[in-house]
Ligand binder design. Structure first.
Ligand code: ZN
Length: 173
């Protein structure tokens, strides 16, 4: 699955949790990656497109677009609900960790015994029995989850403001 979708799910789970701790958000994001990767998925031919030219530039282009997309989503939600940026950043970073570990293994040839086998198992187990979610489905899911994240973050921050007695505008106090 694309990182922008992993980051969206990690962020939704992070803001849906009562206590907003970046470290917990990071762990939740990391775990959620394995569950999402277990859903059979296609990449719309993007991996083949990168491998076709064996191009670091193409890989950087796709990775850069994903990071830019995640940054824009976090920036937009953070602009509307200040204070959630560390949480969403931690969740997004955590949600990318299995793929970062995968990249680390590929580059260094140093094999991490548990993490990558678990990652591969998640990818492969359900794949033979269910149809794949295409790239378009992943885009739609990403948009829906980032919208949900924005709504949940807003609702909770309004509730928190009321709970903290800061619901009134300063001039009305
Ligand atoms: Zn993965």
């Amino acid at each position: 699955m694309y990182l922008i979708l992993h980051a969206a799910l990690g962020s939704v789970l992070a803001v849906a949790k009562g206590r907003r701790r970046p470290l917990v958000a990071f762990a939740v994001g990391w775990l959620s990656h394995y569950f999402l990767d277990a859903v059979p998925h296609g990449d719309g031919g993007v991996v083949e497109w990168i491998q076709e030219a064996n191009s670091a530039f193409r890989l950087a282009l796709v990775g850069g677009a994903e990071i830019l997309g995640i940054g824009l989503c976090i920036g937009f939600i953070g602009w509307r609900k200040a204070g959630v940026v560390p949480l969403l950043t931690a969740a997004s970073l955590g949600s990318a960790m299995p793929d970062i570990v995968n990249g680390f293994e590929l580059l260094t040839k140093f094999h991490l015994r548990v993490l990558e086998p678990l990652h591969r198992w998640c990818h492969a187990t359900l794949e033979p029995w269910f149809p794949s979610v295409p790239l378009s489905g992943q885009v739609i899911l990403s948009i829906m989850l980032w919208l949900a994240c924005s709504l949940i973050a807003g609702r909770r921050s309004a509730r928190q403001r009321i709970a903290e007695g800061r619901g009134l505008a300063p001039e009305r106090r």
